[in-house]
Design a protein. Structure first.
Lengths: 183, 243
């Protein structure tokens, strides 16, 4: 070794069909974030506000896949990140948004935008900038390969910490009782 | 009786006629299981209790204990198979734990935790299973049914009512309420029935009691299912409390 500090690992995070609760849980690792920042630097993430994901060692994704943009972002993360982590209930099994999966999409749009009460002469939004919703909401692993999963709604900060530090040390992360929960 | 078999190398005493799982539960040893309940005749359907007896796979709930049998249970191979079974149960139904009032007291969830399930792994079915809220005291949320048939057995064998049945075959098997309308309200079901207190998951629920126990103090928050001598009795105690 030439004595220089090891390269910081690049980490990107994003929220797809999620509520940012999992990102709040990331922030909840509190002052340990400073220790983390010794070893990693954030690429695309709500923390940095960088909009495009670069070449990264680790990608952390909250939320399931509910529209065309989610699919695009998820595939981009898979292409750019060596290791991909599904963070939280929605990323793992679709979560609350997936509870629409037993209803037909046209019916939902009618119900939300065309029925009383609400905008009297409402229209179903069709601006070309809006990503098209998918017929069903999917968890991440149904769209791309996922390397690690952290369940929970949201996952506890300690679970996120344990997986992140485990991955940084090159260990296979295991959560165990108290840290693994689905609610 | 002093006859014993070994479970993962440790001797377990049994009496004549007991199955491996019955003897293990009585001895306070843990073999993962979902459709088994010590009060009822074993059903042998979920296969989560599968062990190796003399090197061969067998459902421990329905396999008779024999003297000197060598039973393996807590092995990486068997736990991997159990994990796959539990993952299949998760994707076949709609198991959204954050919005389920049985969360924390659910044997499916606790078994998944214990097997280290961090993902359901398979593609989800997202089946369409409407709930039945017709009964004044009880709610049926079929989305979470794992077809263990404990309610069927309890209603038939203890309550003498036959309120529940498994209808259909294969992947189309489903739990039904036995009334001409198919509604629970049109059966003689009561919240005091044994069948109202045996569901290991969040299908048969007592109304007006949701989310009573704070997070951190529910049955499986406190201890993993494998560390509980009789999780079935503990869940039953939780269910009976206040009803």
């Amino acid at each position: 070794m030439d004595g220089t500090a090891p390269r910081k690992l690049k980490v990107a995070t994003t929220s797809l069909a999620g509520c940012f609760g999992c990102h709040m849980s990331i922030l909840d690792i509190d002052e340990r974030l400073f220790a983390l920042l010794e070893k990693v630097e954030f690429d695309r993430s709500p923390i940095t506000d960088i909009k495009e994901v670069g070449e990264c060692d680790l990608g952390i994704i909250e939320g399931g896949v509910c529209n065309a943009e989610n699919v695009e972002v998820l595939r981009e993360f898979r292409r750019r990140c060596k290791v991909l982590v599904a963070l939280g209930a929605c990323a793992v099994n679709g979560g609350l948004p997936a509870q629409r999966n037993t209803l037909s999409l046209p019916l939902i749009l009618q119900e939300v935008y065309r029925s009383e009460p609400g905008a009297r002469y409402g229209l179903i939004p069709n601006d070309p900038e809006l990503p098209l919703p998918l017929n069903k909401v999917h968890p991440l692993h149904e769209v791309v390969r996922i390397d690690h999963f952290i369940p929970g709604c949201p996952p506890p900060a300690d679970a996120i910490w344990k997986v992140l530090t485990g991955l940084l040390e090159g260990k296979e992360p295991a959560l165990g009782h108290g840290l693994i929960h689905f609610d | 009786m002093n006859a014993t078999f070994t479970l993962d190398g440790r001797p377990v005493a049994f009496s004549e006629g007991q199955t491996i799982l019955q003897a293990a539960v009585a001895a306070g040893a843990y073999i993962p299981h979902l459709c088994f309940h010590p009060d009822f005749k074993p059903h042998g359907s979920c296969k989560v209790c599968t062990v190796k007896v003399g090197g061969r796979h067998a459902a421990s709930c329905t396999t008779r204990a024999t003297a000197g049998a060598v039973v393996e249970s807590d092995t990486p191979e068997l736990n991997a198979e159990r994990l796959a079974l539990v993952q299949m149960l998760f994707v076949e139904g709609n198991h959204f734990c954050p919005s389920c009032e049985k969360s924390g007291d659910c044997k499916l969830q606790a078994t998944a935790y214990d097997l280290g399930m961090s993902t359901p792994h398979f593609d989800h079915f997202y089946p369409d299973r409407p709930v039945d809220a017709s009964h004044p005291d009880m709610l049926l949320d079929f989305n979470r049914c794992i077809l263990c048939s404990l309610c069927v057995r309890a209603s038939r064998d203890v309550d003498g009512k036959n309120v529940f049945a498994l209808a259909g075959r294969g992947i189309r098997t489903r739990l039904i309420a036995n009334s001409r309308t198919g509604r629970l309200a049109d059966t003689s079901f009561s919240h005091q029935d044994k069948a109202a207190h045996v569901c290991p998951v969040g299908v048969i629920l007592h109304k007006r009691r949701g989310f009573e126990t704070p997070f951190g103090t529910r049955v499986f928050d406190r201890k993993p299912i494998s560390a509980r001598a009789d999780s079935t009795a503990e869940i039953a105690a939780v269910e009976a409390d206040g009803s």
